[in-house]
Design a protein around this ligand. Structure first.
Ligand SMILES: [Zn+2]
Length: 203
């Protein structure tokens, strides 16, 4: 085959692929809210922090389930996803995590995001959770995992926050967090609902 023909075939295939993808992307119905439990469903790779008998992923699931349950109660369209998911379009996406640190009690809560709209949303979350969570905060996007979260690629949301809700390698924090996981989920749901223009009662 001549090089010229080969190039023409490759270019044609690329065009066909781009058009097919555009059609596919158009056909995806956006959801209002996506809630992801960090590390859920992973058996290898980054399976989340652990500390004694506490596994981050289990706490992520408890919180994420509560957020989704609460949003559904308010008739807000929500999709609950595990760590790995196919492409989704959404208005708001929130990924739930807890931090782990090799230097115990040196971390706390933090937020990751990518765009300006998310930054404003992050500020509102920090106000709400900051009034409740009695421990320290890291600066926004303080790790690579937060700044370049893999989920940003799969979940295309207008606003996307990756929340670290506390440090599970810190006993003082886990003692406080453990009985409050559902309440924290309710606060996240409340923050999302307000972001969407609803005015639910504060939990
Ligand atoms: Zn995590």
């Amino acid at each position: 085959m001549k090089i010229k023909n080969l190039a023409a075939i490759i270019i044609s295939l690329l065009i066909i692929f781009s058009i097919s993808f555009a059609i596919y992307w158009q056909s995806i119905t956006p959801v209002t809210v996506v809630i992801q439990a960090g590390h859920e469903g992973r058996n290898s790779g980054n399976t989340g922090a652990t500390s004694g008998n506490i596994q981050e992923v289990k706490w992520n699931i408890i919180v994420a389930n509560e957020v989704a349950k609460q949003l559904k109660k308010w008739d807000i369209n929500v999709k609950r996803v595990p760590a790995d998911t196919k492409l989704i379009k959404a208005k708001i996406a929130v990924a739930i995590h807890f931090d782990g640190s090799s230097k115990k009690c040196s971390s706390g809560a933090s937020i990751g995001y990518k765009n300006r709209a998310s930054k404003e949303f992050a500020k509102r979350w920090r106000n709400i959770y900051g009034n409740y969570f009695p421990f320290g905060w890291q600066q926004d996007n303080f790790t690579k995992n937060l700044a370049n979260y893999y989920g940003y690629y799969y979940i295309r949301a207008d606003k996307f926050l990756v929340l670290e809700l506390g440090e599970i390698t810190c006993k003082k924090q886990t003692k406080w967090l453990k009985p409050r996981l559902k309440k924290i989920g309710d606060l996240i749901a409340y923050t999302i609902a307000r972001e969407l223009g609803f005015a639910p009662r504060k939990p």
